[in-house]
Ligand binder design. Structure first.
Ligand SMILES: NC(=O)c1ccc[n+]([C@@H]2O[C@H](COP(=O)([O-])OP(=O)(O)OC[C@H]3O[C@@H](n4cnc5c(N)ncnc54)[C@H](O)[C@@H]3O)[C@@H](O)[C@H]2O)c1
Length: 455
């Protein structure tokens, strides 16, 4: 199939590459000339495991091309995927200017039947706006060429995007045009061979499904973060509670980790957009409003723990931070909790030494306004001469560090673990002062645990 992808970001590039991998003829368009140049020169504008090799393979096979040429991109694909950004407006609603600009370009240049597919996360009713934008451009030219608009929200996770796209849990197609549905079924049939994963709905329900999915996941995280705060106050360990409830199949283990707050390019903006969609029809979404405010509070938990430990003022303190990306295996810094943590520590007087295996380059321009911030090349280098270590992102390499080296390099062996990577009893045994999230062990509990383990 001939496919055009409009917007070659995290979603567009993964979608285009994975569709090329299945033998399709894919052209990826972007208005960002530097991004397209990087891709044409064999480089990679983002970090996503496994993507570079797949891009290289499909480029050399001639199935994947990159362009800034809008008319050529519109002419190429029968299927025109829109995968541009939908950032939040001031009021939290999704900014549709990029989606509608892409739709207008399709209407301006198309000369034969097209299926216009919204893959960007867009509010209910956007399909109709896209349809109107394309129709308006066609009318300006007096053209009667036919087209259909389909909603096909994307559920991939950054850090596992290729795997998620190649082995999706489900593929949601919102459409009311039989010809378009047939084409979408054919396109996705290689991904649904061992069982049917395709759910065909109306356009509005498909659009809504994406926001509902992300809002549900964000709700689970905020719920656990709030319970973690309570656990600290009443003397319970949220990690025990997590296992205790996750084992219930009605609840499940996923997305039950207390931490430093959720971030990234999706959860914060999608929760905001759904709250705003509610407001636009006079309805306050009580649960999601609380999910958002609980998350804002959670981002302050790590710096507050540090301040409390050091008596409020952090002047003269050096703090090491491990992890910048909003989650492991990505370089995405959008809404990353690390930004709040680092900014707050520095505002309170600290000097921060930070290390991230991948996201430093993406972080530098975003943190350029901060003095007293040093980027380190190695994780242990960041510890040198620091009063404490703060862990913000759960990169694998942080999970089993050399604790003796940590003790040696830190001035005082204090660890604030925003991802609950370590066992408090082990930390105690190692002589490390350890603060996790929601690990309000009652005095003596660590000893009881040790005794239990020995028995
Ligand atoms: N990142 C994710 O994990 C993820 C997952 C599922 C859904 N989504 C949704 O997918 C959409 C894209 O997200 P992303 O993270 O890939 O964004 P991104 O910012 O990485 O990429 C968007 C790209 O679109 C380009 N662009 C903007 N206007 C354009 C135009 N008129 N023509 C051609 N290109 C244009 C930009 O230059 C940019 O490269 C959003 O709606 C997002 O909510 C993202």
């Amino acid at each position: 199939m001939k496919i055009t992808i409009i917007g070659t970001g995290y979603v567009g590039l993964v979608t285009g590459t994975c569709l090329a991998e299945m033998g399709n003829d894919v052209m990826c368009l972007d208005v960002d000339a530097a991004k397209i140049r990087t891709l044409e020169e064999g480089g990679m504008p983002i970090y996503e495991p496994g993507l570079l090799e797949m891009v290289q393979r499909n480029r050399s096979a001639g199935r994947l091309r990159f362009t800034t040429d809008i008319p050529a991109a519109v002419a190429h694909g029968t299927l025109q995927f829109i995968g541009v950004g939908t950032p939040p407006e001031e009021d939290g609603s999704a900014d549709l200017q990029y989606v509608l600009a892409a739709a207008r370009n399709i209407g301006k240049y198309m000369t034969d039947y097209k299926v216009v597919i919204d893959k960007s996360t867009v509010p209910v009713g956007t399909g109709e706006k896209v349809k109107a934008a394309v129709a308006d451009e066609l009318a300006k030219r007096g053209s009667t060429v036919e087209f259909a608009v389909v909603s096909n929200p994307e559920f991939l996770k950054e850090g596992a995007a290729v795997e998620d796209f190649m082995r999706p849990d489900r593929i949601v197609i919102g459409a009311d045009d039989e010809r378009a549905i047939l084409l979408m079924r054919a396109l996705y049939s290689p991904f649904t061979r061992n069982r049917d994963r395709l759910l065909v709905t109306d356009v509005r329900s498909a659009e809504f499904t994406k926001y509902a999915a992300n809002s549900m996941l964000a709700t689970r995280i905020s719920f656990m973060n709030e319970l973690a705060l309570l656990a600290e106050k009443v003397g319970a360990d949220i990690e025990m509670v997590r296992k205790g409830i996750g084992s219930d199949p009605r609840i499940g283990y996923q997305f039950l980790y207390a931490g430093a707050g959720y971030g990234g390019s999706c959860f914060p903006k999608d929760v905001k957009a759904l709250v705003s969609a509610g407001a636009s029809v006079g309805m306050k979404l009580e649960v999601l409003t609380a999910v958002e405010s609980a998350n804002a509070r959670q981002k302050a938990v790590l710096p507050d723990k540090v301040s409390t430990r050091f008596g409020g003022d952090l002047k003269g303190r050096k703090i090491a931070v491990w992890g910048l990306a909003f989650k492991p295996d990505t370089d995405d810094m959008r809404e990353a909790p690390s930004r709040v943590v680092i900014e707050t520590l520095i505002k309170r007087g600290a000097h921060v030494r930070v290390y991230d295996p991948v996201a430093a380059e993406a972080a530098k321009p975003l943190l350029a306004h901060l003095d007293n911030l040093e980027f380190c090349e190695q994780q242990n280098e960041a510890l040198q001469g620091c009063d404490a270590l703060v862990i913000v992102t759960e990169w694998k390499q942080f999970k089993s560090p050399d604790f003796d080296t940590i003790k040696q390099l830190l001035k005082t062996p204090i660890v604030f673990d925003g991802r609950n990577l370590y066992d408090p009893a082990l930390m105690e045994a190692m002589g490390i002062e350890y603060y996790g999230i929601g690990r309000g062990l009652v005095p003596g509990a660590a000893d009881q645990k040790k005794a239990g383990a020995a028995a």
